[in-house]
Design a protein around this ligand. Structure first.
Ligand code: SF4
Ligand code: SF4
Length: 711
C-alpha cells in the first residue's frame, strides 16, 4: 500500500466512524420519538400480504408511476440509490487498492453492466427530477410550496456527485489499464477513460472524494432527523409495510375510517370513560406510533397538496404542511417528552416544574404548545386548517409513501368535538338534529316516506314480505328535494327491471357518516348501532344505496360494529340491469354529458366504471380534466356540507367551472351532496337554463322513457 492509499484509508476511516456514530444516534432518536406514540397492534397482522404490498409499491413504484415521466425518473433514481450502496462499498476497496473492486461480484461482467446501466439512467433520472423541481416550483399553486427546497437539491446533488465519481473511478481504471470490464458492457466508463490521463492513484483519490460525499450526506441527514426527503429512502419501506389496509392495491382509497382507538383497541362508548380512555388526539404523542412514523416519512413531494381541494381554493389547509407541522412539532417536543414531560388524559402534567428544570427553554415551550390552536395561541394546527378538510381522500390516494392524512385529521377533530366541544358553530345544528331526529336536516321521521307519494306502483316495506335488496334511501334521498328526484328515479328503474326490493321507511335513520367525519364518534356509534340492529333484525343480505356516504358507511364501517352485508351503489346495480337487458335505454340524450365522480364512490371505493357505463348507454360522455381517481371534490364531504365556507374560493364553484368548461349540456352526478353542491354552483353561475345537473339514474330513466320529461 502506497502513501496515498495510507492517507486516504485513514481519512476514509475517520469520516466513516463519525458518520456511523451520528447515524446510529439519529436512528435511536427517531425510534424513541416514534415509540412515544400509542400502540396499534392491528398493524402487525398478515405479514405476508404486508410484505407483498410493500415490495409491489416500492419496487413497482405503483403510486409514483401514476406521475408518468417523474415516476419513471424516480424509479431509476431509487434503483441507482440502492446500487449506490454497492458503489460506496466498492470505494473502500478502491481507496486501499486503486485497481481493486468489490469482492465476489465486483469482477463479474454482469455487475459491471448493471451498475453502468443504472448509473447512466439514474444520472438522467436525477437531472430530470432537478429540472422538474425547478419548473414546478415556479408554477402557481406549486406542489413544492412550503417544502424545504435546499434539502431536495442537496440529496439530488449527492446522488449526481456519487454517480459521477463512480464513472471517474472507472475512467481512471481504464486509463491505467486496470479495468476489467469490456467496452460493450461499460461504454460510458470506457468513454470517460479515453478522456483521462493514466494516474496510478487516480481511483484512490476519487474514491476518497466519493466516500466524503457519501459520508457527508450521512452526517447531514443524521443531524437533520426531520429531513424527510432523505429519510424516506429508508422509512418508506416500514411505512408502507404497516399501512392500514395492506390487502388493498396501491391507491385504493380509504373506504372505512379508522375507528376511534384507545390503547390499541376500538373504543366502545357504552363503556368509555374520558378519564381513562383516549378520546381522539389532543397531544402529538397521542397519535399511534404509525402516525408518528407517517410524519417522519413525508418526503415533502407535495403530491397531496397539489390535489387537495382545500389548498386549491386558497384555504389554509395543505395535507403536506399539516404533516410537516406535526412532524416538526413531534421532534421538537421529543426532549420534553423523553425528559418526563407531558399530560395525562385529564390534562394534568405528569411532572412538576422542578422535575423538568433540566430542559432548555425551547423544549419546554414546545412541550406546552397546544396541538390545535390559532397563531396567537401558538397552536401547531390552526382550527381553520383542521375544519377545512372534506375528507375527500385525494391526499391519501396520491401519497407515494402511504401516509394516512384523513385518519389523523379526524382523530384531532374527535378530541375537539367530544372533549372541547369546539367546532364550527353552524355544524352544531346538524349534530343536534342527528341526536334528536336521526337526520341532519331535523325533518320529522314520519315524513321519511313522503318521496313515495304519487308513484304509480307500490313499494314494499321491510317486514311485509321477503325481498332481495334493501333500498337504503338515505336522509338526503328522503328529505332533500333534488335528491328525492333521484330516489324516485331509482325506485322506478328497479320496479321496471323487476328487482325485488323493499325500504325501511320510518325504520331508517342516518347512517352516521356526517357525525363520524366531523369527529363525533359518540353520535356515529349511537346511529350506527341502531341501524345495525334494524338491519340484523330484518335479515338484510343485500343493500342498494344512492348516497355514496351511506354506501361507504354501511358497506365498510358497519363491519366494525359486527354487521357484514353486501352493499352496492345504485349505479352499479343499474349497470348490471342494463348489461343483462333488464333495462334498455332507447332515447339518446341531447348534448354531451360530463360526469362528476363523488369522492366516497370513486376514490374511496374505486367505483369509476359503473356510472360511466350507465351514462354511455344513452349519452356521449366527455371527461373533465380532473376525473376518476384524480377527481376534484364538490366540497361537501367531511361534514363540510353543514359548515360555512368563509375562506378562499368556494370548492363547488371551482368544480362547477371545470364542468361547465367541457361544454356539456348535462352534468351527471352520483351523490345527493354533489347534486346540491354542483347544482348550486351552476345556479350561482347563472347557467341553470343552459346546463342541467342530474343524477345518473335520472339520465337513464329519461332515456328509457324515451322522452325528456324530468324524473
Ligand atoms: S382529504 Fe381532501 S381536503 Fe382533506 S387534506 Fe386530503 S386532499 Fe385535502
Ligand atoms: S404526498 Fe405524502 S410524501 Fe408527498 S408531501 Fe404529501 S404527505 Fe408528504
Amino acid at each position: 500500500m502506497g502513501v496515498a492509499q495510507i492517507i486516504a484509508t485513514v481519512l476514509a476511516g475517520a469520516i466513516t466512524v463519525v458518520a456511523v456514530v451520528l447515524a446510529v444516534r439519529a436512528v435511536m432518536l427517531m425510534t424513541a420519538v416514534i415509540r412515544q406514540g400509542k400502540p396499534d397492534p392491528a398493524r402487525f397482522s398478515d405479514k405476508a400480504t404486508r410484505t407483498r404490498t410493500m415490495l409491489v409499491e416500492t419496487l413497482g413504484h405503483t403510486r409514483m408511476l401514476k406521475w408518468s415521466a417523474i415516476g419513471a425518473a424516480h424509479w431509476f433514481v431509487m434503483v441507482s440509490f440502492m446500487i449506490l450502496f454497492l458503489l460506496v462499498l466498492e470505494a473502500y476497496f478502491e481507496v486501499v487498492d486503486p485497481a481493486g473492486g468489490l469482492p465476489l461480484v465486483g469482477h463479474w461482467v454482469v455487475y459491471g453492466l448493471v451498475t453502468e446501466l443504472i448509473g447512466v439512467l439514474g444520472l438522467l433520472g436525477i437531472l430530470y427530477l432537478v429540472y422538474r423541481r425547478q419548473r414546478d416550483r415556479r408554477a402557481a399553486k406549486s406542489r413544492f410550496t412550503g417544502s424545504t427546497m435546499w434539502q431536495g437539491y442537496f440529496v439530488e446533488a449527492i446522488i449526481v456527485g456519487v454517480l459521477i465519481c463512480g464513472f471517474l473511478i472507472r475512467g481512471f481504471k481504464v486509463a491505467n489499464d486496470t479495468f476489467e470490464f469490456p467496452s460493450w458492457a461499460t461504454p460510458v466508463s470506457h468513454g470517460v477513460g479515453a478522456l483521462l490521463p493514466a494516474a496510478a492513484n487516480g481511483p484512490t483519490w476519487v474514491a476518497l472524494v466519493k466516500l466524503f460525499i457519501s459520508m457527508g450526506w450521512l452526517i447531514t441527514i443524521s443531524l437533520n432527523v426531520t429531513m424527510g426527503v432523505a429519510w424516506h429512502r429508508f422509512l418508506a419501506f416500514p411505512n408502507i409495510f404497516f399501512k392500514r389496509a395492506p390487502e388493498k392495491p396501491a391507491g385504493s382509497g380509504l373506504g372505512a375510517l379508522r375507528p376511534m382507538m384507545s390503547e390499541g383497541k376500538p373504543l366502545d362508548f357504552e363503556e368509555a370513560d374520558p378519564e381513562k380512555d383516549q378520546f381522539g388526539v389532543a397531544q402529538v404523542e397521542q397519535f399511534t406510533w404509525k402516525g408518528l412514523l407517517d410524519f417522519s416519512t413525508c418526503t415533502e413531494c407535495g403530491r397531496c397538496q397539489s390535489q387537495c381541494p382545500a389548498w386549491n381554493t386558497a384555504k389554509p389547509l395543505s395535507p403536506k404542511l399539516l404533516v410537516l407541522s406535526l412532524r416538526d412539532h413531534a421532534y421538537a417536543k421529543a426532549p420534553y417528552l423523553l425528559g418526563g414531560g407531558g399530560k395525562d388524559l385529564t390534562g394534568e402534567e405528569k411532572a412538576t416544574e422542578a422535575q423538568l428544570a433540566h430542559l432548555d427553554v425551547l423544549a419546554l415551550a414546545e412541550g406546552n404548545r397546544p396541538l390545535i390552536g390559532t397563531e396567537e395561541e401558538q397552536g401547531v394546527i390552526d382550527p381553520d386548517v383542521l375544519w377545512s378538510c372534506t375528507t375527500c381522500g385525494a391526499c391519501v390516494e396520491q401519497c407515494p409513501v402511504d401516509i394516512e392524512h384523513v385518519d389523523h385529521i379526524v382523530d384531532m377533530r374527535r378530541y375537539q368535538v367530544l372533549i372541547e366541544s369546539s367546532f364550527p358553530a353552524e355544524a352544531g345544528v346538524m349534530l343536534r338534529n342527528l341526536e334528536n331526529k336521526g337526520n341532519p336536516w331535523g325533518a320529522p321521521q314520519n315524513t321519511r316516506e313522503d318521496w313515495t307519494k304519487g308513484l304509480d306502483f307500490e313499494i314494499k316495506r321491510v317486514g311485509e314480505d321477503d325481498f332481495e335488496y334493501l333500498f337504503w334511501v338515505g336522509c338526503a334521498g328522503a328529505f332533500e328535494d333534488r335528491a328525492k328526484k333521484t330516489t324516485r328515479a331509482v325506485a322506478t328503474l328497479l320496479h321496471e327491471a323487476g328487482v325485488d326490493f323493499a325500504i325501511l321507511g320510518e325504520g331508517e335513520t342516518c347512517s352516521g357518516d356526517p357525525a363520524r367525519r366531523i369527529g363525533n364518534e359518540f353520535v356515529f356509534q349511537m346511529l350506527a348501532q341502531q341501524n345495525v340492529e334494524t338491519l340484523t333484525e330484518a335479515n338484510v343480505k343485500k343493500i342498494v344505496a344512492t348516497c355514496p356516504h351511506c354506501f361507504n358507511t354501511l358497506g365498510n364501517e358497519y363491519e366494525q360494529l359486527g354487521l357484514k352485508v353486501e352493499v352496492v351503489h345504485h349505479t352499479q346495480l343499474l349497470q348490471h340491469l342494463v348489461q343483462t337487458g333488464k333495462l334498455t335505454p332507447v332515447q339518446p340524450i341531447d348534448g354531451d354529458v360530463t360526469y362528476h365522480d363523488p369522492c366516497y364512490l370513486g376514490r374511496h371505493n374505486r367505483v369509476f366504471e359503473a356510472p360511466r357505463e350507465v351514462l354511455g348507454a344513452s349519452a356521449n360522455v366527455i371527461e373533465m380534466p380532473r376525473n376518476s381517481e384524480r377527481s376534484f371534490c364538490c366540497g361537501a364531504g367531511g361534514a363540510r356540507m353543514w359548515m360555512e365556507e368563509k375562506i378562499g374560493k368556494r370548492i363547488n364553484v371551482e368544480r362547477t367551472e371545470e364542468a361547465l368548461a367541457t361544454g356539456a349540456k348535462t352534468i351527471a352526478v352520483g351523490c345527493p351532496f354533489c347534486y346540491t353542491m354542483i347544482g348550486d354552483g351552476v345556479t350561482g353561475k347563472g347557467e341553470q337554463d343552459n346546463v342541467e345537473v342530474i343524477d345518473v339514474a335520472s339520465v337513464l330513466l329519461r332515456s328509457i322513457k324515451g322522452d325528456k320529461t324530468p324524473a
